[in-house]
Structure formats: C-alpha cells, structure tokens
Design a protein around this ligand. Structure first.
Ligand SMILES: [Zn+2]
Ligand SMILES: [Zn+2]
Length: 145
C-alpha cells in the first residue's frame, strides 16, 4: 500500500511508492517558521520518481526572494504547500511531511537550523542536530544512524 497525503481541502492528493513512512527531518530556520506559521517545518527528501502528485498542483517560484531558487508545488485553493524542488538536490523533491495522511506517526529523525529554534523547543537527546544546513555528506551520515 503506498504512502498517501494531500492538501488541507483534499483537492491535491499524492502517493509515494514506499512501503513505510519516509525519513523526516525538522527545519527550525526562520523561513520555515514564517512559511509554516509555526515553530518548525517537517520535510522528507524523496527521489522525484517515487512521488506521484496530482498534475493539477499549483506551481510557483519566488526567485527574487529565495537564495536557493525552487519550484514549489501546492494547492491553489487552500494554499497548502506540498513540495518543492531545487537545483541543489537534482532528481529529489522535498515533501512537507505534515501533509502525509499518517503525519500523526511522523517523528523527525534529524533537526536542522537549531541555531534559530524557538527557545522553548526541546530537542530529543539522541536525534542528530545541526546548527545550520548540513552538507549533503553530513546529512547522509546522520540519516544512516
Ligand atoms: Zn487544497
Ligand atoms: Zn527551513
């Protein structure tokens, strides 16, 4: 059974060709705080080929705003941002893990941008954490733990 998810209003749905929930990381950067309207965002980085997203998803770019220009995909009706891709990780897509139907089961395995984490957020002792963005190599090592 694939892993499924979608936007708040249910217009844009997706499935992921995986048997288990993907590995999820939390980003505590200020941009993620602003964009999510919350304290951090939950992301899963997936090979693009395994994500099957409704072709009607709204696509937009913020190239004049973003340091790392990305294409964002989401729902034009309820404004849920579901995923984005950027040239730093070719062939990969970054999913907003809170849109998973089983998001209640998601536990972030890694925390990044902890230098801007909200002061009341307590990170689990055993989760790898990075003050800013780890290098791809550091990220892979942390994922393997
Ligand atoms: Zn929607
Ligand atoms: Zn972030």
């Amino acid at each position: 059974m694939p892993i499924t998810g979608g936007c708040r209003c249910g217009t844009i749905r997706y499935d992921i060709a995986l048997d288990a929930l993907p590995l999820v990381y939390a980003c505590h950067c200020r941009d993620c705080q602003t964009w999510s309207g919350s304290a951090f965002a939950l992301h899963a980085m997936l090979p693009e080929a395994i994500l099957s997203l409704d072709p009607g998803a709204h696509r937009f770019r913020l190239d004049d705003v973003e340091q790392m220009p990305s294409e964002h995909l989401g729902c034009a009706r309820c404004m849920t941002r579901i995923a984005n891709r950027n040239s730093a990780v070719p062939g990969m897509i970054i999913l907003r893990a809170g849109t998973l139907d089983r998001s209640n089961e998601v536990v972030p395995a890694i925390h990044i941008w902890t230098s801007s984490a909200q002061p009341w957020v307590t990170l689990p002792d055993k989760s790898p954490a990075f003050e800013k963005t780890p290098t791809p190599a550091e990220f892979q090592v942390a994922l393997a733990k």
